[in-house]
Unconditional design. Structure first.
Length: 247
């Protein structure tokens, strides 16, 4: 078994490569996920409303209301399962469940510890400025797309989008050719997904732990304590060990 065990973090994004995988199912997953996308659109609006309701409470008390925290965490957890099944990773063919709750035996899992204390008052907003380098990176990516639009027009943008999709979905090409998922690409994609989820959790006040700027930094080996805790509390009884996992 090959394992990526990250040091303990309050936002833990876990993934098991769920083989064997179909050689062709990836081509229709976008269609199979239409019900999820409809529900996630509504849940995304609810997520923003929950954040707006929680903000004044956090601002004055430094505490995220528990029921709003559970809802917001559930939305991110649901989104991660859908992304993992579809083109965020394509690393499982098990259809994602329709639930906000944790599903410990699903190949993609997300656990967020509710923070005991968050910054209060103006410090709450000032603390988010620590994410400026990460946000700057996202802005630069957006500017690249905008620059290509200015230079080459719509055809150049569509070509860049097609190239991006090809790169991100390249496990599909490997599955089609060989029937196997490339291990190195699995680790890279999960590290990128983990960084994006941890950054979202930080920006929306679900945690006060800022993820590292480099996505691969979240996937380095280590963390015996976290591995022990995960094996003890989150692994279903009698379940077999995955061939490859990223934690």
């Amino acid at each position: 078994m090959s394992t990526i065990a990250a040091e303990y973090q309050p936002v833990r994004v876990e993934a098991d490569l769920d083989e064997p995988l179909s050689r062709w199912l990836w081509a229709v997953k976008w269609l199979l996920l239409v019900p999820h996308h409809i529900l996630l659109t509504a849940l995304g609006i609810g997520f923003l409303i929950a954040t707006a309701l929680a903000f004044p409470v956090i601002f004055f008390t430094g505490r995220y209301p528990r029921w709003l925290f559970l809802f917001s965490t559930g939305v991110l957890r649901w989104t991660w399962r859908v992304a993992y099944y579809s083109y965020g990773a394509l690393a499982t063919d098990r259809y994602p469940p329709f639930t906000l709750g944790a599903v410990p035996d699903y190949p993609a899992r997300l656990f967020i510890d509710r923070p005991e204390h968050l910054p209060r008052g103006p410090g709450l907003l000032l603390s988010r400025l620590r994410a400026f380098p990460q946000l700057l990176l996202l802005v630069l990516v957006g500017l690249v797309f905008r620059l290509v639009w200015w230079i080459g027009g719509l055809s150049a943008v569509l070509a860049l989008v097609a190239l991006t999709i090809l790169i991100l979905s390249s496990p599909a090409a490997a599955l089609l050719r060989t029937g196997h998922y490339p291990r190195s690409q699995f680790r890279s994609l999960v590290a990128l997904d983990r960084w994006a989820i941890q950054l979202l959790a930080y920006l929306f006040f679900l945690t006060d732990a800022l993820p590292p700027l480099r996505p691969e930094g979240a996937g380095r080996s280590g963390g015996r304590l976290h591995t022990f805790l995960h094996n003890r509390h989150h692994r279903p009884p009698g379940s077999g060990a995955p061939a490859v996992s990223a934690r």
